[in-house]
Write a protein that binds this ligand. Structure first.
Ligand code: MUC
Ligand code: MG
Length: 394
């Protein structure tokens, strides 16, 4: 029997990425476009109100010519957070894109480190860039973005609708239409723009009209002080409100912890949690029962999953948040939500439905009270360039 050839060292069995593919994955250029897309009705939050939703559309072109897309949504200027579409475009063009061009687009964590070296925070801008990288690399390798994030536990997501006209009669009518169409049966009511008692009266009308056919949650977007919140939390518990989002200012996590001790309705942290450090602080204080996960806060799809991991470690439930993204940003979120072990509160990616016109060739599918993860490489959606041209800010 001849002498057996020595086993090849394991390393030889790892498939090397061929040189031409390594070249293809080089990031050639990044372009940004601001678009303003009308909404089907006015959308009022405690600190802003819109009749059109603005986005920065990011396009990342690789050396192989493949273009990946990403989207940064912002609600009504720098009032939901410190970013605006104007600041997002300016900082991508001047600082963030130059930090990435020429790099290997598939090295997502390295891209995040480069972006963090180029700018503090600017998380919506960074998330749009990383979404575009994942889209471009996914389209090059013919894999969905969730493949870069641990795979998919789910491909359909319960999805709620937000009632935010401030007129309870209109909101009842809108909710009935969504129920009848089997699109949504959980409704998030935006409160805080009106006086607390007006909001409580509005919620009473909605609760009476919809009854057990729908679940109602609310989002005060930081509008109340602790005394007001405590009074309203008790009134809302009597109305059967299932979840109260960010009743206090983002900094007041100790107040959120005290509310949580004194009220039975679960609290959802939104603006209080941008980073993993914020999540750890909220968890340590017991300041929330759940956390809203959003790319505009967590700076990347992998960053969103890191915040989720801290929450999971503390037993804080997960809620798939949004900032009224079009199907571009919504698809990016669903790619990240897909891999989460649990998503106890479903998601709120109703954004494509509130726009008069979506920005992709095939909008996300909403059916049977769920939104469906688009099949296909990268984010799973294709830019509709005619709509980008139509709504591009001149
Ligand atoms: C937020 O604060 O949750 C989500 C839905 C909506 O109408 O506003 C966003 C932002
Ligand atoms: Mg919120």
């Amino acid at each position: 029997m001849g002498q057996r050839a020595p086993e090849k060292p394991m390393l030889d069995h790892i498939v090397e990425i061929p040189g031409d593919l390594r070249r293809d994955l080089g990031l050639r250029r990044i372009t940004t476009t601001i678009v303003d897309v009308p909404t089907v009705r006015q959308h009022k939050l405690s600190q802003t109100s819109i009749k059109a939703q603005s986005y920065v559309i990011v396009e990342a072109q690789l050396e192989n010519g493949v273009i990946g897309i990403g989207e940064a949504a912002m609600l009504g200027g720098p009032r939901w957070s410190e970013e605006s579409v104007e600041s997002i475009k300016a900082n991508i063009d001047a600082y963030l894109a130059p930090a990435l061009v020429g790099a290997d687009a598939s090295q997502f964590e390295q891209a995040g480190a480069r972006l963090d070296a180029a700018a503090k925070r600017n998380n919506a801008a960074k998330a749009a860039l990383q979404s575009a990288l994942m889209d471009a690399v996914g389209k090059t390798l013919h894999v969905p973005a969730y493949a870069f994030l641990g795979g998919a536990m789910r491909k359909t997501f319960p999805v709620l609708w937000t009632l935010a006209s401030g007129d309870p009669a209109q909101e009842v009518e809108e909710a009935e239409a969504k129920l009848a169409a089997r699109l949504h049966k959980t409704f998030k009511v935006k409160i805080g723009a009106q006086a607390p008692q007006a909001d409580m009266a509005r919620l009473a009308i909605l609760a009476k009209a919809l009854g057990a056919r729908a679940t109602l949650i609310v989002d005060a977007n930081q509008a109340w002080d602790e005394t007001t919140a405590l009074r309203c939390m008790h009134e809302m518990a009597d109305l059967g409100i299932a979840l109260v989002e960010q009743p206090l200012p983002a900094w007041n996590i100790e107040g959120m912890a005290r509310l949580r001790q004194r009220c039975e309705t679960p609290l959802l942290a939104d603006e209080s949690v941008f980073t993993t450090h914020d999540m750890l602080a909220v968890a340590r204080l017991g300041a929330a029962d759940a956390v809203s996960l959003k790319l505009v806060k967590h700076a990347s799809l992998s960053g969103l999953q890191k915040v989720a991991a801290v929450a999971e470690a503390a037993g804080v439930a997960l809620y798939g948040g949004c900032l009224l993204e079009s199907s571009i940003g919504a698809a990016a979120h669903l790619q990240a939500f897909a891999g989460l072990r649990d998503l106890q509160w479903g998601c709120e990616h109703f954004g494509p439905q509130i726009l008069k016109q979506d920005l992709v060739v095939t909008p996300l599918r909403f059916e049977d009270f769920h939104v469906h993860l688009p099949e296909g490489p990268g984010l799973g959606v294709e830019l509709d360039r005619s709509q980008i041209a139509r709504f591009a800010r001149k």
